[in-house]
Ligand binder design. Structure first.
Ligand code: UD1
Ligand code: CA
Length: 434
């Protein structure tokens, strides 16, 4: 089947009450991106004709998805008059003969796992898996190998509740099936909703060919609650980390590491336990030590941490960044910042050493300002650098200095210290002798 032969409809109009959240369910993140993003991304590998059915928080959903994708059609469901997954299909006018319908709360499916739905040898292809605890899913009644009907948990009788074959929530329909049966759905059930799943029993009565396929229960997991969300996060994280380990990234205790979908690695990289790497981060030939957080930054030929925080828009190359160092929107090349510093809105060149306790004072309460530090500069410990400022090449800043003058010329030393006063015997006067 060619990419243009199938239309994909993603159902994303539900409230997701079981999430107990003010945010629409499909906008909850898995590995840094909304659930709906993941399902659209997989869908685009199969089809160019993607429609997303929305209602609850429709503006937010459109705005976010439009920031990731072009050419997604949005269809508004009339949830007041036609609630439910069948109601979501009311306004659908499929372009193609074959229509794949996906629940929008299945962030773990990938394009390969949808292969089985792309054949044309049945009127309906539906997905099932077996669960020891089928709680929350629609049960699939199968007789002599033939699917008879799907019953929702809330409508099921005692015998039906015991059925362990569940409806995974992905279906391929021929266009005729949608056009014929969606208008016939009724809401005569426990939830007073129009169930898409009722198409199955109607089609069965008309002797249509319904083909069940058994799918992977991890990949087809539906997310209804915060617990489901965190279970799905673990599955997605394992997938992301396994991929990078296969490509040669070393990870120590990978179950303690969080890496978003958008992070990439190059060369030989080592990630220690407890690290969090997010956004458009690139780690190139570097060692990220325990407990470090890196957000939307590039780290090349460097070692970071333990316990360092690299915030967005930083570029770190050939550098050593040690514990308790926070870097934001700064470029450091060939720099050593070993301990306890804040470097924000700075540009620092090679050979420069940043002493413990150095702070770039980049913010005056209204605006942010830049700090530029040249090559081979030695910044002593406990230094405050008041931006905007340029420290030229080959400068010494003495420990404890507050650097204020806007520019320190090449070759000089900056120092501002009070002469030390020693008051003999003061200790004993104050505390007395012990
Ligand atoms: C649905 C199936 C159930 C199946 C399960 C698999 C129905 C009636 N039940 O139940 O058989 O086992 O998925 O995960 O289809 N949605 C809309 N409009 C609505 C209601 C829901 O677009 O009016 C969307 C939701 O945003 C969601 C998807 O449809 O993405 C599924 O809805 P949900 O309420 O989660 O259905 P389940 O109860 O999980
Ligand atoms: Ca669901």
């Amino acid at each position: 089947m060619k990419k243009n032969d199938i239309s994909i409809i993603i159902l994303a109009a539900g409230k997701g009450s079981r999430m107990k959240s003010s945010k629409a369910k499909v906008l909850h993140n898995i590995s840094g991106k909304p659930m709906l993003y993941h399902i659209i991304k997989a869908s685009l590998e199969i089809s160019d004709d993607i429609s997303v059915v929305i209602a609850h928080q429709k503006e937010k959903i459109q705005e976010q998805m439009n920031s990731y994708f072009d050419d997604i059609n949005f269809i508004i469901q009339d949830t007041k008059n036609f609630p439910g997954t069948g109601g979501a299909m009311k306004n659908i006018k499929p372009k193609n003969e074959k229509v794949l319908v996906l629940n929008g709360d299945m962030p773990l499916i990938d394009a390969q796992s949808l292969d089985g739905f792309l054949t044309t040898d049945a009127d309906i292809i539906m997905s099932i898996f077996e669960l020891e605890n089928p709680d929350g899913y629609g049960r699939v009644h199968i007789k002599r190998g033939q699917v008879q009907y799907i019953v929702e948990q809330k409508d099921a009788n005692e015998d039906e509740l015991k059925i362990k074959s569940v409806n995974a929530g992905i279906y391929a329909f021929s266009k005729d099936v949608i056009e014929k049966y969606i208008p016939l759905l009724s809401n005569n059930n426990a939830q007073k909703e129009y169930y898409l799943t009722d198409v199955i029993s109607m089609a069965k009565k008309d002797n249509l060919n319904i083909k069940p396929i058994v799918v992977n229960k991890e990949k087809f997991k539906g997310v209804n609650s915060k617990k489901d969300l965190s279970d799905s996060e673990i599955i997605m994280q394992n997938k992301i980390k396994e991929k990078w380990m296969t490509l040669g990234v070393s990870m120590q205790l990978p179950s303690t590491i969080y890496i978003e979908d958008s992070v990439t690695f190059k060369g030989e990289c080592q990630i220690e336990n407890g690290c969090r790497l997010t956004g458009e981060t690139l780690i190139d030939n570097s060692h990220i030590k325990s407990g470090s957080v890196i957000e939307d930054s590039i780290v090349k030929n460097s070692d970071i941490g333990p316990l360092a925080h690299i915030r967005p828009a930083s570029y770190i190359k050939d550098s050593h960044i040690g514990n308790f160092v926070e870097i934001k929107k700064s470029s450091l090349e060939g720099v050593k910042a070993g301990h306890l510093s804040y470097i924000g809105d700075a540009q620092i060149s090679e050979g420069t050493n940043i002493g413990a306790g150095t702070i770039t004072c980049n913010y005056d309460g209204i605006n942010k300002y830049k700090t530029i530090i040249g090559k081979n500069v030695f910044i002593g410990s406990d230094t405050q650098i008041i931006a905007p400022i340029t420290i030229e090449d080959d400068v010494i800043i003495a420990a404890g200095t507050t650097v204020t003058s806007g520019k320190i010329e090449s070759g000089s030393m900056a120092i501002n210290r009070e002469k030390l006063k020693t008051i003999k015997g003061f200790y004993y006067k104050y505390f007395g002798k012990k």
